[in-house]
Design a protein around this ligand. Structure first.
Ligand code: PHB
Length: 393
């Protein structure tokens, strides 16, 4: 308890005093995400995924009502992330934490979990190493190593010999750079230059100049989805690299569906690998897209964070079922190890060792549909991919 006091501060006392005032039949789930600012659409997708899940599966589990409490974290900010998680645990008395868009924010929460007796179900943050920080983390999104590894082989198979990589200089970018290089060079290619861009870079024309000057046949890129990815792909299209025949390979963060209208016809032909496309053809996805569209208000705004959130709620519901509503974080996490189900993205399971999701990774091409709108079309499947990330470090 002493250690708990040190970590959670004076508010632990309030937690203990307040515990009996929590209605036994309401279980609170705290969701942290970017609900305002430049990444607000990503947070909106978290909320749409949560609401879609509750609309389709009910708002109670075994007689326990579920109450979701949202907290806004507009940009990567570890100190604020930790403070919000503490506030949710101590003041709001949530039994589960979920959400978290950016890696540094997830890293800042993991040290609190054991003392707080609270699992964290990550809906997005995609650096492999997060899972090693606490036994109470489960993840329903993807890692950049997982989405990127098949791409190295694909690029080589398509005749690409030399690649320049350009990634955001933080966890998921570094993981993507390492995983792509490993897979591409194993298939006979060569990464001739590796650029790491500061996370706040928004003028990409100097990067495009370096791509052109490198003599590479293709660029591989990762940036976190949002205004940054839109800016990067626009710069690739507008600085003439595409016309010059320099190919483009990236994980699907760079062609998220909500960015496609703004990218227009210039996006047609872009190849990406990812765990989810809004166009995925299955009855589960049809149901999901319908419910999530209703929640978010417009089909054009739907993107991958919604499916991470939807499946994250599935995991949380299973945890609540297994613990009969009692707060027992380890029992809750143990209960979902090895859990498998059919997600809107396809068949998935929680790896019992890493607690990260095993899933298909799809190669997709941006194509124009009969309605004139562009979308990510799945053209090849790499089934049952675990996270290869920790092995590539
Ligand atoms: C992350 O910070 O882990 C992150 C954010 C957005 C993405 C992928 C990874 O699209």
């Amino acid at each position: 308890m002493k250690a708990a006091k040190r970590i959670l501060g004076v508010a632990v006392g309030a937690l203990m005093l307040g515990a009996s005032s929590v209605a036994a039949d309401t279980i609170k789930v705290g969701i942290i995400g970017p609900f305002s600012g430049p990444f607000a659409l990503q947070g909106k997708n978290f909320q749409a995924g949560v609401e879609a899940y509750m609309a389709l599966n009910g708002k109670s589990v075994k007689g326990h009502d579920i109450e979701v409490i949202y907290r806004d974290l507009p940009a990567a900010n570890p100190a604020q992330s930790r403070a919000l998680a503490q506030e949710l645990v101590v003041k709001e008395k949530v039994q589960y934490l979920g959400g978290v868009y950016f890696t540094p924010d997830a890293m800042a929460i993991t040290p609190l979990l054991t003392q707080a007796n609270t699992p964290l179900v990550i809906f997005n943050a995609a650096t492999s190493a997060i899972m090693t920080q606490s036994p109470l983390v489960v993840r329903t999104s993807f890692t950049t190593a997982q989405t990127t590894t098949p791409l190295g082989k694909i690029a080589a198979e398509r005749g690409v010999k030399k690649v320049i990589s350009a990634v955001s200089d933080y966890g998921p970018g570094v993981d993507a750079e390492v995983a792509f290089k490993k897979a591409f060079e194993a298939a006979g290619g060569k990464v001739v230059e590796a650029i790491r861009m500061p996370l706040n870079t928004n003028d990409f024309s100097p990067i495009m100049q370096r791509v052109r000057d490198s003599g590479a046949d293709a660029v591989f890129a990762f940036l976190p989805s949002g205004p940054t990815t839109l800016g990067f792909v626009k710069a690739y299209n507008e600085t003439g690299l595409k016309q010059a025949g320099i190919k483009f390979f990236a994980p699907g963060d760079l062609t998220q569906e909500s960015d496609l209208p703004a990218l227009g016809d210039a996006a047609v032909g872009l190849l990406t690998t990812f765990h989810y496309a809004v166009s995925h053809d299955s009855p589960e996805n049809k149901r999901f897209v319908e419910a999530a569209t209703k929640a978010i208000g417009s089909a054009d705004q739907l993107s991958f964070p919604a499916v991470g959130a939807y499946d994250g709620m599935h995991v949380i519901y299973k945890m609540i079922e297994a613990t009969e509503g009692k707060q027992d974080a380890q029992k809750a996490v143990d209960a979902v190890k090895g859990l498998s189900w059919t997600s809107p993205r396809g068949p998935v399971s929680i790896d019992s060792e890493t607690r990260h999701i095993t899933e298909n990774i799809y190669l997709r091409e941006v194509v124009k549909g009969p309605d004139g709108k562009t979308y990510n079309k799945e053209i090849q499947t790499f089934p049952n991919q675990k996270d290869p990330g920790l092995a590539t470090q």
